[in-house]
Ligand binder design. Sequence first.
Ligand SMILES: Cc1cc2nc3c(=O)[nH]c(=O)nc-3n(C[C@H](O)[C@H](O)[C@H](O)COP(=O)(O)OP(=O)(O)OC[C@H]3O[C@@H](n4cnc5c(N)ncnc54)[C@H](O)[C@@H]3O)c2cc1C
Length: 290
Amino acid sequence: MEFLQPRSLPEALAVKAERPEAVPIAGGTDVMVELNFDRHRPEVVLDLTRVPELADWSGSDGGVRVGAGVTYTRVVAELADALPGLAIAARTVGSPQIRNRGTIGGNLGSASPAGDCHPPLLAVGAEVEVASSAGSRRIPIDEFFTGPKESALAADELIRAVHVPAATGPQQFAKVGTRNAMVIAVCSFSLALDPSGGRVGTGIGSAGPTPLRAREAEEFLQGVLESEGLWESGGPLGEPAAARFGELVAGAARPIDDVRGTAAYRVHALGVLARRTLGWAWDQYRAGRS
Ligand SMILES: Cc1cc2nc3c(=O)[nH]c(=O)nc-3n(C[C@H](O)[C@H](O)[C@H](O)COP(=O)(O)OP(=O)(O)OC[C@H]3O[C@@H](n4cnc5c(N)ncnc54)[C@H](O)[C@@H]3O)c2cc1C
């Protein structure tokens, strides 16, 4: 196995152009599992940990450009105010060791339907910046996931960063697992409220071939908040609206039965997570106004 260790992004992209089969490795918390279990034995491994351009985040266009190599630990420590949904999800990942090594770019690179970053990124309409030696492009997050563990990333491209709009209102994330840590989610849900744009965003994890949005639920809740003047009044959200929101989120899921849970359980649990996160987020919104 060849192990290539570029020291800059142009160098890494030149390798990817010449050897598109090279498997990038960042934290290695997914790649090394594959290697250790002998599920996959790449001929070339491309180590990205010495590429400084991937290692940092910066403010950009009213949001944050999070470099692909930024770890969960750093998201929690440094970005919880600007990107609360992503930070809450990051806090739930694996264990301290996994959060120290695992990166946002690696989560996107694996494109697992269960990746915990994906629901909060969907809920806020993030964009994935990818680069090749021919240039770079930004892929809206809803177009990034194309199938189970498949993405729109071309063979000669690397994930450079993810552009995440800064929060203008409460954001939440919750997941169900068979225990509290070190498990793949049975299902997960993220909600983002954007009072400045009157927008509601959602993301569903582990309940479909790709991470999903619950668009009908978003439109329904936006309609209720607007038609009842709740953004302005900060009044309570009625139980029927919360229940309907939960039903619509559950209805957007396309789960399967697998070792972690049945499709029926996932649909039920998503309805609960949707109502619960909505309750938390709306309470936060109301408290922030007083
Ligand atoms: C014990 C354990 C617990 C875990 N718990 C969770 C959890 O709770 N939630 C969760 O979501 N995940 C979990 N994971 C999975 C894993 O930690 C995450 O998916 C993590 O984000 C992967 O990041 P990494 O930097 O380690 O990626 P790597 O393993 O280095 O790479 C992952 C994939 O992305 C590709 N890649 C990496 N960087 C780039 C780049 N810049 N451009 C293009 N492709 C790239 C790699 O080629 C590979 O296909 C867990 C893993 C373990 C071992």
